[in-house]
Write a protein that binds this ligand. Structure first.
Ligand code: ADP
Length: 267
C-alpha cells in the first residue's frame, strides 16, 4: 500500500511539475512579447518627435532665405515643442527605471500642499492655456512629509493628462483636504472619463485605453510613474469617474506626518 501511495504521490508531483513548466513557458513567452512591445513602443515614441524636428530643421536650413517670417517661426516652434516632448519622454523613461530598480530615495521634508500645487501649476502653465483651472485647498490643511519634486511631478502628469483628454474650455479642478489620518489631493476634469474596467490598469506601464490614438499623443508612462512615486512616499493613488458630471478624477492619499513610518522602513 505504501509503495502504491508513493507511486501516486510521485505521479502527482510530476503532474504539478508539468503544469508549472507549462506556466513557466507561458510566462517566458509573455515576457518576450512584452519586451518586444515595449521596444516597439519606445522606438515609435522617440522616432515620431525626432522626425518632426528633423523635417522642420531641414526645411529651415534649405529654404531659410525664401521663407516668410511666420513660416520660420512656425518651424522653429515645431522644433522647440517636439524637442520638449522628447525631453519629457526621456525623463519619464529615466523615472521609470529609477522606480523599477528600487533606486529611488525620496528626500522627505514637511511641505505645504498648496505650495507644491502652485509650483506644478506654474510648470504646466503652457499646456493649461485652453482650460480653466480651479484650485481649492483647505486652509487648515496640515503639512505633508513628502519629496516635493516627486509630488510635483505626479501633479504635473495628472494635469498634463487632464489637459490632453478633457475638451478645451472645460474646468480642471484641484482640491486638497484632510480626512481622518490622511491628506487627500484630487485632480478632476470634464473629459470622457475612464471605462470602469480600465480604472486600475491605466496605472500599468505602457497601458493606454485608446490604443493607436494619434490625436492624443502619449506613452502610457505618466500614470505608472505617478503610482510609483506616490507609493514610494507611503501614499496611494486611485482613478475614478465623477458622479456629478462626466470626467475622470484622480485621488492621492498621503499619510499625515505623524503616521509616516521611519525612513529606514522604506528601504
Ligand atoms: P498617456 O497619457 O501617455 O497615454 P498615462 O499613463 O498618463 O499615459 O495614462 C494612461 C491612459 O489612461 C491614457 O492613455 C488614457 O487612456 C487614460 N487616461 C489618463 N488620464 C486620463 C484622463 N484624465 N481622462 C481620461 N483618460 C485618461
Amino acid at each position: 500500500l505504501l509503495d502504491a501511495l508513493a507511486d501516486q504521490a510521485a505521479l502527482a508531483i510530476e503532474r504539478v511539475q508539468l503544469v508549472a513548466d507549462v506556466d513557466q513557458a507561458k510566462l517566458a513567452a509573455e515576457a518576450d512579447r512584452l519586451r518586444s512591445a515595449l521596444l516597439t513602443s519606445i522606438s515609435h515614441d522617440l522616432k515620431t518627435p525626432l522626425a518632426a524636428v528633423l523635417g522642420a530643421s531641414t526645411t529651415l536650413r534649405d529654404y531659410f532665405a525664401s521663407l516668410p517670417e511666420d513660416d520660420r517661426r512656425d518651424l522653429l516652434s515645431t522644433v522647440v515643442d517636439e524637442s520638449e516632448r522628447l525631453n519629457r519622454f526621456i525623463a519619464n523613461l529615466l523615472d521609470m527605471t529609477r522606480i523599477e530598480s528600487g533606486a529611488m530615495e525620496p528626500n522627505y521634508a514637511l511641505h505645504d500642499v498648496g505650495d507644491i500645487v502652485g509650483t506644478a501649476l506654474r510648470r504646466a502653465a503652457k499646456i493649461l492655456v485652453h482650460h480653466s483651472i480651479e484650485v481649492r485647498i483647505a486652509e487648515d490643511l496640515p503639512a505633508v512629509r513628502v519629496d516635493p519634486v516627486l509630488l510635483e511631478q505626479v501633479l504635473f502628469n495628472l494635469l498634463d493628462n487632464a489637459s490632453k483628454y478633457a475638451p478645451e474650455n472645460t474646468v480642471i479642478d484641484i482640491k486638497g483636504w484632510a480626512s481622518g489620518d490622511q491628506v487627500l489631493v484630487q485632480v478632476g476634469d470634464a473629459g470622457p472619463g475612464i471605462p470602469p474596467g480600465d480604472l486600475d490598469r491605466i496605472f500599468d506601464t505602457f497601458y493606454r485605453v485608446r490604443k493607436g490614438d494619434q490625436v492624443r499623443a502619449g506613452t502610457g508612462l505618466g500614470l505608472s510613474i505617478c503610482r510609483g512615486f506616490i507609493e514610494a512616499m507611503g501614499g496611494r493613488i486611485v482613478a475614478g469617474n465623477r458622479t456629478d458630471h462626466q470626467g475622470a478624477i484622480f485621488t492621492i492619499r498621503l499619510p499625515r506626518p505623524h503616521d509616516i513610518p521611519k525612513l529606514e522602513e522604506f528601504k
